[in-house]
Design a protein around this ligand. Structure first.
Ligand SMILES: [Zn+2]
Length: 154
């Protein structure tokens, strides 16, 4: 069968365009995997209470609620702007409310649970949970912030 020059070129172009498209998709897929991997790393650093930038310096003094001003390893200043940790309070509130809801609503549906038990358990949790998650809510907040606003020059 005779094939004109035009047909060969078109086919050649078609194949190369397909190959380019495939390569671009593959590249994009790798980029997505990298972004997802980066998010997991940052989230892990938040949970481990270490610096979101280098992943080595600790956020808090040992066994205390007090936070270091800057990373002991890379020198990154943790409070990026005034009022930076207001978002951490929101994270803390969401975690505490979620756990309270998971416990107190099923508890209130039990026939044996009196109103006093329900109110006392809700009260105890609303005081204890924000204290328990104080440090981790700051770590998680920093992770979320660094996922959305990464440090450029490190
Ligand atoms: Zn650091």
């Amino acid at each position: 069968m005779h094939m004109s020059h035009f047909t060969v070129c078109t086919r050649f172009r078609g194949v190369s365009a397909l190959a380019l498209c495939s390569a671009a998709l593959q590249h994009r897929r790798w980029q997505e995997i990298d972004v997802f991997r980066e998010m997991l790393i940052l989230f892990g650093r938040g949970l481990r209470l270490v610096c979101p930038v280098c992943g080595e310096g600790r956020l808090f003094y040992p066994w205390r609620f007090k936070m270091y001003e800057r990373c002991q390893v890379c020198g990154f200043i943790y409070e990026r702007e005034e009022g930076y940790f207001t978002g951490a309070m929101a994270v803390n509130l969401v975690i505490a409310e979620l756990l309270m809801t998971i416990v107190v609503i099923p508890l209130s549906l039990q026939p044996w649970a009196s109103l006093v038990v329900i109110i006392l358990s809700g009260l105890a949790m609303s005081i204890l949970l924000p204290c328990l998650f104080y440090r981790h809510s700051k770590g998680i907040w920093m992770s979320l912030d660094h996922i959305l606003h990464p440090v450029e020059d490190v």
